[in-house]
Design a binder for this molecule. Structure first.
Ligand SMILES: [Zn+2]
Length: 101
């Protein structure tokens, strides 16, 4: 499901997950104030976890690919129904990312 950015006249910016078929919010779920939907960014892919916020890296694309490869291993473990393996794999991936891969 894509995430849309909204701005509330009272609360400021917030994000809301919505189906594509849902109509945009007109009032804030927090305060009922008026909201406007901001121009959406790329909503096609949502990456899990940290690792995509490091813009000072020399080769961001290459890093994103490497991170994605690691995350795929996480997801594969989950798809296999191996929750223990997923947690372990995911922790390893977090560590690798923290170390800069
Ligand atoms: Zn509000």
């Amino acid at each position: 499901m894509p995430i849309y950015d909204y701005r509330c006249e009272n609360c400021g910016r917030f994000e809301k997950k919505q189906r594509i078929t849902e109509s945009p919010l007109t009032e804030c779920p927090n305060c009922g104030g008026q909201v406007e939907r901001l121009i959406s960014r790329n909503v096609g892919i949502i990456f899990k976890g940290p690792g995509f916020y490091c813009t000072d890296h020399r080769n961001v694309k290459e890093r994103a690919r490497a991170v994605n490869r690691e995350r795929q291993k996480d997801n594969q473990a989950l798809l296999d129904g191996d929750v223990g393996g997923y947690v372990k794999q995911s922790e390893q991936t977090d560590k690798k990312i923290a170390e800069g891969l």
